[in-house]
Write a protein that binds this ligand. Sequence first.
Ligand code: KG4
Ligand code: ZN
Length: 337
Amino acid sequence: MDSNKDVIILAIETSCDETSAAVIKNGREILSNVVSSQIESHERFGGVVPEIASRHHVEQITFIIEEAMEKGEVTFEDIDAIAVTEGPGLVGALLIGVNAAKALAFAHNIPLIGVHHIAGHIYANHFVEELTFPLLTLVVSGGHTELVYMEKHGSFEVIGETRDDAVGEAYDKVARTLGLPYPGGPHIDRLAHEGEATINFPRAWLESGSYDFSFSGLKSSVINKLHNAKQKGEELSTEEIAASFQESVIDVLVTKTMLAAKEKKVKRILLAGGVAANKGLRRELTAACSKHGLELTIPPISLCTDNAAMIGAAGTILYLQGKRSNDRLNGQPGLVL
Ligand code: KG4
Ligand code: ZN
């Protein structure tokens, strides 16, 4: 990075249910990171309602950007580029951030950079330490479960992904069956630490050599167990269910990550995405990496779930690589990494 001139990026994220704006210096320093969560509005529906998400983003976006600029103590004259999540995500939600970014870029004559949401989650790790390559990232969020190999900055090779549910999705569905509030991941995580993993739920290893994942069988198995017990009038311990479910998820995630790390001969592992906040996963991955002599980077909990700072970190790399978007930038719900 050119040490003579600081690179200041304004970043915007609106792909799901968080409206967020951040000001990032040289890709690794957070001058501000304002996150407005809509969880309360979606909670009573048990999941994110796209129309409600879009409406909240429209109401919030201008204030959130103003607040990020104020807290970051910058004006538009200081901003080198505006980075915005272009996809994947909810199309109506993405469009609010993309259009806000385009309008500001046009009005202030500032370069515009579209960023992939998962690249953002991965680059949340850049706030923790300088990334060394080649590396492997375990991406675990509400919409994604992937193993991503990176040879250098900005290069992403997905070597495994879920064939059905994402990990966060499985957490949220199991939590719902247990009668826990949305999003259920953090609740299961808490309960899992209060019980023993006494039930041997299935682990989907898939074909030998495959780094793909599958969580729908596990999810169904937990839900069936709960329904059967209810029909028989049996009481199951919520803590034991949570602990057993979590143990199965973590076993598969950590084992496959270690196998892939060995085959790809990487020395560094990153953890990324909302489920990276999971205490059990953080602990088990840390233990496995130390056993296998691998360096591990995990973002602080505040940067695991959706936020604009991570989009700014990934956007800075694109900026330095000379990548720019034009005024045809659009929200792309199915954008591939
Ligand atoms: O990355 P994220 O904020 O949004 C997406 O891009 O999908 O991830 C949200 C997901 C939700 O499914 C939520 O339940 C899960 O992350 N999550 C957790 C924990 N904290 C958030 N899952 C398990 N344990 C946690 N502590
Ligand atoms: Zn996310």
